[in-house]
Ligand binder design. Structure first.
Ligand code: F6P
Length: 324
């Protein structure tokens, strides 16, 4: 391997820049070249490349977003798009890829490898923490801290007005952000797709909480929750069934993807970048680098995509006990 291409793809997440920096500097450390590919797979198709030396990644370890930009490319889903991308890589002398993103990014990488036998390594970058083979994806820890920070602020106004707030958080089909940030922020109830609480039990729990002397409440809802009502419909439902509550809704949205990465995410990104490049140099391909029991470990990309990331059910019990 003489020249590694690096790209970020799919939804951005805090820590992606720290991972780019790590890949670039690990290449420099091993005296091989590194090429930044802009806008993910779309930039690969368009040949949007830039040489990256160790000084090109100065002062980005602390920055949110991705300096390489990100995109979700529909053209890369076609055989013709991938052929164009391959031609561009060959023309530029790139002989291996590090792709930073979520399962869509890994699916693209795997397909590309299968078609052109091109060495690919994945780094999990998404706030959702929904990738199998790693306890933490890049950006997840930062997003948790952001959500907890915001809910602390919502709690101030909720308690001043004796209100109930439904706070919707991201996570796509997974409840990791909701469950962990919910416990961290002291939520009364946490609604996640992996566990259907049901409307009846939600009402019961809110009634019980009022009766126990609580004057304000926070309910955290994962965007992928399957209770059958969206967050605004839930507000209407509680308004009409529990008129004693004054209900408000707050949808946190894309602010959860922004901001300076936490120390945890910066360290994780640095470790994963080193492992990704060094694994390619050892001749490995089609793996994702991740964190398992605090150690950096490889998982076949296919498993990372297909495997299911379970939520920690003990956390559900902890949350229940905490809302007593
Ligand atoms: O995967 C990251 C994520 O932020 C999800 O939590 C969310 O469902 C989705 O991306 C939003 O995507 P978009 O930025 O395309 O609206």
């Amino acid at each position: 391997i003489k020249k590694v291409g690096v790209l970020t793809s799919g939804g951005d997440s805090p820590g992606m820049n720290a991972a780019i920096r790590s890949v670039v500097r690990t290449c420099a450390y091993h005296t091989i070249e590194c090429i930044g590919i802009y806008r993910g797979y779309q930039g690969m198709i368009e040949g949007d490349f830039k040489e990256m030396g160790p000084r090109s990644v100065n002062n980005i370890v602390n920055k949110g977003g991705t300096i390489l930009k990100s995109a979700r490319s529909t053209e890369f889903r076609t055989a013709e798009g991938r052929k164009k991308a391959h031609e561009n890589l060959v023309k530029a002398g790139i002989d291996a890829l590090v792709v930073i993103g979520g399962d869509g990014t890994f699916t693209g990488g795997l397909l590309f490898n299968n078609e052109f036998n091109f060495p690919v390594m994945g780094i999990p970058g998404t706030i959702d923490n929904d990738i199998f083979g790693t306890s933490h994806t890049l950006g997840y820890d930062t997003a948790l801290n952001t959500v907890v920070d915001v809910i602390d602020k919502i709690r101030d106004t909720a308690s001043s007005h004796n209100r109930l707030f439904f706070v919707e958080v991201m996570g796509r089909d997974a409840g990791h952000i909701a469950l962990n940030a919910g416990i961290g922020a002291g939520a009364e109830e946490i609604l996640i797709p992996e566990e259907d609480l049901g409307l009846e039990r939600l009402l019961e729990s809110l009634q019980k909480s009022k009766a126990s002397g609580k004057s304000s409440s926070i309910v955290v809802i994962a965007e992928g929750d399957k209770i059958g009502k969206n967050v605004f419909e839930l507000k209407d439902y509680v308004d009409s069934n529990l008129p004693e509550y004054d209900v408000r809704v707050s949808v946190l949205g894309h602010m959860q993807r922004g901001g300076s990465p936490s120390c945890f995410d910066r360290v994780l990104a640095s470790r994963l970048g080193v492992k990704a490049v060094e694994s390619l140099l050892e001749g490995k391909s089609n793996y994702m680098v991740g964190l398992q029991n605090d150690k950096v470990a490889l998982t076949p990309l296919e498993q990372a995509i297909k495997g299911k990331t379970e939520i920690d059910r003990e956390l559900l019990r902890v949350s229940d006990i905490m809302s007593t």
